[in-house]
Design a protein around this ligand. Structure first.
Ligand code: ATP
Ligand code: MG
Length: 283
């Protein structure tokens, strides 16, 4: 893209215009394939040359394993970094009655604590021991500040693998999400969850919502989903693949998706990439 001899201003403008600030959140009912989609999309964006930061925001974290990180069990979730939490908030997790800072410094955390494998950086947020994700405690405040930072400040593709439901996405933070993808599988519970997420997402100001169908075994299942969710766009239709179940049972990461799945991931990528936000500032 750069011409030899281009002025530094031109080079900077070009650089600024190719910096993508896309934030994708993936939600849906338990077990529908959120983590599978998060890992395949992360790989797709990374293979296309994007800088990718994947965030595992599910307390039952397994994105690292899906991404093929060696020894995923050795990755310490942020919520378990007691020294860091104490350093940043002034309070040690689990100590009752302590005061803590409400706006802890977090901007250096991604570069210092993200794990990296195959060109993908990963942050595992972890579980808050007391009171759920939104708890008013030191680790809850640090995680929320970190998530806001990751979604608002980072100039890279951020892919957020969420726990089922979106109740834990705060109003301010969610506005920074460019695309909320709801994964659905053929089944009424998955559809009901998608409808509930759609309503909640609207309530908190999330507008760009789309669906990805997963685990499809037939045309009639596809038709059923499309008919059941007429108000939302489907970005892709991922077929059921027995090899994924077998890989899961054998506890081995999927190296390469099958061709039909890869083609759908490609379609989803194409649908997302051109509409991404770009910076318009010259730095
Ligand atoms: N297209 C598919 N074909 C066959 N199996 C699939 C497919 N997609 C996902 N699976 C399997 O379904 C199970 C759940 O997938 P995954 O962990 O990605 O779902 P999830 O929505 O992240 O679940 P959770 O809510 O527990 O986080 C896994 O065993 C995975 O291998
Ligand atoms: Mg998952």
């Amino acid at each position: 893209m750069f011409r030899l001899g281009a002025s530094s201003w031109e080079a900077q403008l070009c650089y600024a215009s190719i910096r993508f600030l896309m934030k994708i959140a993936i939600s849906g009912k338990g077990g529908v394939g959120k983590t599978l989609l998060a890992s395949l999309l992360s790989r797709k964006f990374a293979a296309a040359g994007y800088s990718v930061l994947a965030i595992d925001a599910d307390p039952d974290a397994n994105l690292a394993a899906n991404l093929g990180f060696p020894y995923p069990e050795n990755i310490t979730p942020i919520s378990e970094m007691d020294d860091l939490i104490e350093e940043r908030t002034g309070a040690r997790p689990g100590k009752s009655g302590s005061f803590f800072k409400l706006n802890p410094r977090v901007d250096d955390i991604p570069d210092r604590f993200a794990a990296e494998h195959d060109g993908i950086r990963l942050m595992v947020m972890g579980r808050i021991k007391r009171g759920g994700t939104g708890c008013y405690c030191a680790e809850g405040v640090l995680l929320q500040a970190l998530l806001s930072h990751l979604l608002i400040q980072r100039d890279e593709v951020v892919i957020l693998d969420m726990e089922a439901g979106i109740e834990h996405l705060a109003r301010g933070t969610s506005k920074a999400v460019d695309h909320m993808i709801i994964v659905v599988e053929p089944g009424r519970r998955s559809i009901e969850t998608a409808q509930r997420i759609q309503e909640l997402a609207k309530d908190i100001g999330l507008e760009n919502i789309a669906l990805v169908a997963n685990k499809l075994r037939s045309q009639s299942e596809k038709d059923f989903l499309v008919k059941s969710l007429p108000n939302l766009e489907f970005l892709g239709f991922i077929p059921y693949d027995q090899a994924l179940i077998e890989a899961d049972l054998a506890n081995i990461p999927i190296q390469d998706a099958s061709r039909p799945i890869a083609e759908e991931i490609d379609k989803i990528f194409q649908a997302l990439a051109p509409t991404s936000k770009m910076t318009n500032t010259v730095k």
